[in-house]
Design a protein around this ligand. Structure first.
Ligand SMILES: NC(=O)c1ccc[n+]([C@@H]2O[C@H](COP(=O)([O-])OP(=O)(O)OC[C@H]3O[C@@H](n4cnc5c(N)ncnc54)[C@H](O)[C@@H]3O)[C@@H](O)[C@H]2O)c1
Length: 350
């Protein structure tokens, strides 16, 4: 299956096909340029090796697994290795891994010699549904996520659903949360797969539906000035939760990104019946329904979020399946949603 992201001169194909990783050389030139393959220590080594075996002059650079690799420190080691490998502006970076590898290697490609070609081969559900397309590449700065980054479109995205066979179940479900988000904001058919069918058995349909939604939104609004903000459904609060309870670096207790997004979506659904249906899907998938987290610390993290400006915050709300709206509210309103406390009355002006 092939989709095309239509962005004028920056257009690119998205290939979805079982076994596609083994046919990368048929999709792009791997023989007349150097190929720098970035992967991480948790991605089965055979995937990057499958790519390297098709290159005339390829090397694999493996970073430690985990969000900790989306750091300036690891990014610098990648740039250094690219330089030592003799990469020029005519050469190619290939990411083989999840969102961490894609975001960080994409940012390295965006900035090395002012930008070189980049191909993304996502191997997690989250990256296959969502993060591999759209061109947002970034690293974190301490606890602040994605604050150093760029818009840098890949030249090609190759999605091989076979790679999901080795993904641990919790990681698999983590990505399904992002697909569920797409269904909620834009696609009742996709939501129906989650509610009434088996999304694991229908994974190729879930990938296809999710990518179509993201592609349509990105094509309308590539740099997130309008509609693309819908993709942040669940993310404003999700990022706050992630900052205080997320899995960072070597920490093993905490929530994954998709789990934080899932928790962040629930307060943004005002309709009680819909919220009940969404909670039933969470139960079916094994997503968290409640989280013991330091709400004050999460709110503090949100105050530093790049999307929170001048004490105002944009919240994406879903009033019904397949539709969304943005409410620009004071932080106090978000505090009420998170803490469940009424807003204190405004003091009399005397
Ligand atoms: N750029 C975007 O538009 C965008 C969108 C959403 C999320 N993100 C980012 O994506 C990141 C999360 O991505 P993720 O959920 O893919 O996490 P991840 O990249 O950390 O991968 C999760 C884990 O799975 C392992 N893994 C990867 N593929 C595997 C496979 N096929 N088999 C077995 N193990 C495998 C990895 O080693 C890692 O330990 C976050 O940093 C988030 O900010 C970016």
């Amino acid at each position: 299956m092939k989709l095309t992201m239509r962005l004028g001169a920056d257009s690119y194909d998205i290939i979805i096909s079982r076994g596609a990783l083994g046919h990368l050389a048929e999709l792009t030139d791997l023989s007349r340029r150097k190929v720098f393959i970035v992967t991480d220590s948790g991605v089965p080594a055979q995937y990057a090796e499958t790519v390297r075996a098709q290159c005339a002059d390829g090397c694999i650079f493996t970073v430690p697994q985990g969000e900790g690799s989306k750091s300036l420190k690891v990014y610098t080691t990648v740039l250094q290795a690219m330089l030592e490998f003799g990469m020029t502006r005519a050469d190619l970076v290939v990411a083989v891994g999840g969102g961490v590898v894609g975001d960080m290697a994409g940012f390295a490609a965006a900035t090395y010699m002012r930008g070189i070609q980049f191909i993304n081969c996502p191997t997690t559900t989250l990256s296959q549904f969502d993060s591999s397309i759209g061109g947002k590449v970034a690293v974190d700065l301490g606890e602040t996520k994605n604050i150093v980054g760029a818009f840098w479109q890949p030249k090609l995205v190759v999605i091989d659903p076979d790679t999901l066979d080795t993904l641990p179940r919790r990681q698999y479900v983590n990505g399904l949360a992002e697909a569920l988000k797409m269904g909620l904001i834009a696609d009742p058919e996709l939501f129906d797969i989650f509610e009434n069918e088996d999304p694991f058995a229908k994974i190729e349909e879930v990938i296809y539906h999710s990518l179509i939604i993201k592609k349509n939104i990105v094509e309308r609004d590539v740099t997130e000035k309008g509609d693309r903000a819908a993709l942040n459904f669940g993310h404003t609060l999700g990022h706050g939760i992630e900052a205080v309870r997320g899995i960072r670096g070597r920490r093993t207790r905490g929530f994954y990104h998709g789990e934080c997004v899932a928790l962040g979506m629930l307060p943004m659904i005002e309709d009680a019946k819909l919220k009940k249906r969404v909670r039933a899907v969470y139960r079916k998938l094994g997503l968290p329904l409640t989280a013991g987290y330091d709400k004050a610390a999460a709110l503090e993290a949100m105050r530093h979020d790049k999307k929170t400006r001048g004490g105002k915050v944009k919240l994406v709300k879903v009033p019904g399946v397949g539709c969304w709206r943005i409410d620009t509210v004071d932080m106090a309103v978000l505090e009420t949603l998170v803490l469940g406390k009424p807003i204190p009355p405004m003091p009399d002006a005397k």
